[in-house]
Design a protein around this ligand. Sequence first.
Ligand code: SAH
Length: 505
Amino acid sequence: MKQGTVYLVGAGPGDPDLITVKAVECLKQADVVIYDFLAAPKLLKYAREEAEVIYVGKKGGDHTLPQDKINDLIVEKANQGLMVVRLKGGDPFVFGRGAEEAEELAKAGIPFEIVPGVTSAVAAPAYAGIPLTHRRYNTSVAFITGHEDPNKEESTIDWPKLATGVGTLVFFMGVKNLPNIAENLIAAGRDPKTPVALVRWGTTPQQVTLTGTLETIVAEAQTAGLKPPALIIVGGVVELRETLNWFEKKPLFGKTVVVTRARAQASDLVDKLSNLGAECFECPTIKVVPPDDWSHLDAAINNLETYDWLIFTSVNGVSFFFERLYEKGLDVRALKDVRTAAIGPATAKRLGEFGLKSDIVPETYQAESVVEAFEKEPMEHKHVLLPRAKEARPILPVELVRLGAVVNETTVYQTEQASDNVEMLIKRLEEGSIDIVTFTSSSTVKNFKALLPEDRFESLIEKVTVASIGPITTDTAKELGFKVDITAEDFTIPGLCEAILQHYA
Ligand code: SAH
């Protein structure tokens, strides 16, 4: 049997974008992915659907699987001829026991490769605005375990040399031992006024940074109730945070935003909000599914040349229409000289991906505005095919008929209520850790409301800021009892993000 290879892969420090290209390639090819507490679960999206994904934990002392069992598991999977990715937080060879796992592999004669990662020791301080070196401050850095048992007879850490011989000190796993660390450094000759920072969950939207000095940091950490995982950074460079702190100053840093769009459509909004510093809580309230019956669309596709216009009102409409067209063995050539129209920029962009342009560009992205654009076109007796959602508003077909067109409205997809993550949503609403809820269509509002227990609706959303993509969605939300704080002026995802930004500016 073929021998499997093991890749010991660094997952980076937390921000899922801080993974290497090579790590992504490995994940895409893996048969098995074995991952840790500190490896961002978001990275699992790179794995194939068929890949076996195993969580082996390790949160502080609480190991889901002890290290020797993890080693056995890796060896066993590789011996089955599988390509194994062992995904580890940060860099696999920096305090991650990656070296021990590699030793086991070497001993068992299993081929392995190491894919270095961005270690938290470098990334978390960087996101806190602390460079580990600076010509004005220091010429050396040390990475140190803060996990050493303080009751150990003789420390293997050479405190006097560290305290006085190294510029910047970075301690891993040291939160519990912070009092000993500070005390040992002072006792060994480091100036008690030396600046210290603690960075918890660095590079993520939950990042927390505390600063003080060797004298004060223990009390500060206690007051703040700071828990692991965090790094302790000791040295003059910590002062630079005052000027260089950038990540925590992002406009939506510290805000949690609920995204209610269907999962397949959410990434655009999630990426934009994340780039603004927000934590996105994905709670898709709808899912997009094919229609119950294709026969109506099939008949239209069979007679495509009889249409003058093909009008799309959503990205999904475009996607489902062409998917069906392809399934029937056809492609865009079947459209011949049918003119095409898209209601908004995202829909037009999707249309462009099939090589088609929108022959009209409405001023705003609402059915009303599309109607205005068509008023300038000769529509009398023109045949229009309108592939849309089952639940779409009737205004567009009604108005096109008023202009004299013959409209064939056909369902190419429908939305169903989704309820992923509801328990977590309710828990977070209860504890008040949700700042904003975004609605990108009337159906997201209706379904969101349906997810919440009726008798507690008002108290749950009382303190939440509601942001809507446009006036139609806002009206629906108001009718259903939401107080809408933000309505986008440009009815698009970028427009929604802009409106949220302005609200907090
Ligand atoms: N191999 C990892 C370190 C594993 S040891 C790396 O290169 O980053 C686990 C310790 O790393 C934690 O106790 C904590 O001290 C630190 N750590 C890991 N990720 C962190 C993060 N995002 N923010 C702060 N500290 C982190």
